[in-house]
Structures are given as structure tokens and as C-alpha cells.
Design a binder for this molecule. Sequence first.
Ligand SMILES: [Zn+2]
Length: 81
Amino acid sequence: MMFGLSPDSPQCSRAGCSADASLSVVWRNPRIHGPERRKVWLACEEHAEYLRDFLASRAFPVVVERGVVDGSATALPEAAA
Ligand SMILES: [Zn+2]
């Protein structure tokens, strides 16, 4: 399975899902990433919530953005709920 941005048809990051991505789950791991660091998982409509919950359950700051973004303009909350 390929990960990362494809200029043609970015796909969902969820294992086993090959749907086109329409959302970006932007996050970082505070233990290993600096405050300016952003990780992005692309997601389809069905799996964005699953991926967000997966990260939120680990107390990682996470924001779901509509569309495919690189996260560079995303403001992450510093304290996860
Ligand atoms: Zn999906």
C-alpha cells in the first residue's frame, strides 16, 4: 500500500481502504515531534472520524481539515481533550 500525497487521486490512509481522500487528519506526537511539526493522514469521509479518534485516544493533538492539505497552515491544539 502506498502512503503519501499523490497529485492525481490521493487515497484514504486507513488500511484496506482505497477510497479517494477528501479530508486530511493533521496531527503530531508531542513526545517525538516539535511544536511546529505536522503529520497528515488523508482520509475518506467514512474513515476520517476513525483516524481522528485513534490519535485522540493517544492524547495526540489532532485536527480534521476538509480537503487535502499538507498541515502547514493547521493550528493544532496544544492540549488534547
Ligand atoms: Zn477510507
